[in-house]
Design a protein around this ligand. Structure first.
Ligand SMILES: [Zn+2]
Length: 192
């Protein structure tokens, strides 16, 4: 687990290889939730700031990959945070993802007894409170803009704050061998 303050009020939390960003204001905003099992580390870090996970008011998922939504089910038990994620990463009917990996995992894990396991691999639109189309502005950091940056997945978003000139790109850019590159193209609900 690795933590770094990016700028005032903005922290990066890395657990295993998955990055999350915590915006610390009157309310807390969490961008991405890491892999399944990451939540105790996130909670520990929030406590180290003298804050509490119940203070998370908003969780924004940058795209529908399980190393970004994996901690969501655990966080839902601890917070009443609203959850926002890009609409284009979900099936239009709110069902299983329109991508090959999503369909595969969805069908494989369709028996009701497997639903807890299924939630680890397939995030569905019903797991999200607000579906984002791009252009939305959240109040965090004086105006946190949703910028569509498709490519890594069809719905991938970045988040931009004009006041701080901070752009959080998540997997819209990729560092390989210490070189910043364009993203790996993947189906939503894969692992990356
Ligand atoms: Zn990804």
């Amino acid at each position: 687990m690795f933590m770094m303050q990016i700028i005032s009020q903005v922290y990066q939390i890395t657990i295993r290889y998955a990055n999350m960003f915590l915006l610390v204001e009157e309310h807390l905003t969490l961008i991405d939730t890491g892999l399944h099992g990451s939540t105790p580390g996130v909670v520990h870090f929030i406590h180290s700031l003298g804050r509490s996970p119940e203070e998370i008011g908003l969780i924004i998922l940058t795209h529908n990959h399980m190393d970004h939504f994996g901690g969501l089910a655990e966080l839902r038990k601890l917070t009443k945070a609203r959850v926002a994620a890009p609409r284009a990463d979900f099936a239009a009917d709110g069902g299983i993802l329109p991508h090959p990996a999503g369909n595969y995992f969805g069908k494989l894990l369709s028996p009701p007894a497997l639903s807890p396991l299924r939630r680890r691999f397939v995030l569905q639109a019903k797991d999200v409170d607000t579906l984002l189309d791009g252009g939305e502005v959240f109040p965090a950091l004086g105006g946190l803009q949703v910028v569509p940056t498709p490519g890594h997945t069809s719905g991938s978003i970045s988040l931009y704050t004009p006041q701080q000139k901070l752009l959080i790109v998540a997997d819209a850019l990729n560092k390989r061998h210490d070189v910043l590159r364009l993203p790996l193209k993947t189906a939503a609900s894969g692992l990356n």
